[in-house]
Ligand binder design. Sequence first.
Ligand SMILES: Nc1ncnc2c1ncn2[C@@H]1O[C@H](COP(=O)(O)OP(=O)(O)OP(=O)(O)O)[C@@H](O)[C@H]1O
Length: 347
Amino acid sequence: MSRPIDTDPHLPFPILIGDIGGTNARFSILLDAYAEPRPFPIVQTANYPTIDQAIQKAVLDKTSVRPRATILAIAGPINGDEIPLTNCDWVVRPKALINDLGFEDVLVINDFEAQALAVASLAEEYREPIGAASDNFTASRVVLGPGTGLGVAGLVHAQHTWFPVPGEGGHVDVGPRTERDWRIWPFLTPVEDPTATVGRISAEELLSGRGLLNIYHAVCGADGKEPTLPTPADVSTAALAGTDAAAEEAISLFTTYLARVAGDMALIFMAKGGVYLAGGISQKIIPALKKPEFRAAFEDKAPHSALMRTIPTYVVTHPLAALSGLAAYAQTPTRFGVETDGRRWRG
Ligand SMILES: Nc1ncnc2c1ncn2[C@@H]1O[C@H](COP(=O)(O)OP(=O)(O)OP(=O)(O)O)[C@@H](O)[C@H]1O
């Protein structure tokens, strides 16, 4: 028996999938449920005034395939018919995509929801284990991604279905714990965020590009030294090369705080299937994450340390992880419990 159209999660092929970040937009086309996604060159969002023009010029003008549907993953909340992106001037207008570009079906989801879809079935070659624990059964997972901000999503496994749970976990409070933390904390001030509430250090203010710089400045401040490294990449490069003591401590604290928050998220979701570190920064600091501090802080969750020791941790190394999650969903939407209410438009 065929399902009524309103509850059928399948979108019609060909499907254009897009991962729209603050800086970069990545697109692929899926011809059918079995074909490999066909990628297009990465688009710099600053080079196009609107997403419609980017899709037209960077995708539709470059292929004779006419996608009938599109699934877009965006950074930011999805409310209503006008969806502004965080960190970029583009506004997603699904009705315009239908009327002007000819799509019949448009689905917009959160970027970390797409990352969560990706970790449901990430091949071994696209994940780097941190620590010895390994997953040998299907269980709920968590994905955390330090980048421009800190994205967090759960992936709950129930009733043979993966349910991505997008949230705002990057904005939980983090407090000092060790004696050194207590010395550093008074020097932690938002580096580039004038809207941050005074006195509140959220996870994102530590675990992001600006967060790493924030930690580095605080380490220098606590030691009465002048900071000399201007960017987060300078801090991690100097730390990994062992050429700057404050940068080395900053990256060590960054991995420790990331592990504490990752452990908290694992406890909340009972993520026996593992914690996956995505985002732009994790892949670049794998040697630091492989030092003992990360797993030690992750497992340091009395009275649940024994449980934490069994939970594997990985860095996602797939170059287009969010797109791979969207492709998995587009191919077999019934494997996933993705909420489409208020996020799907049809022409
Ligand atoms: N080697 C590095 N070490 C530490 N931080 C880095 C490094 N390279 C870049 N960053 C920081 O990572 C952040 C960018 O993260 P990411 O690559 O995830 O970009 P994004 O804007 O969040 O995503 P998108 O590329 O999808 O637009 C910036 O704050 C940048 O300063």
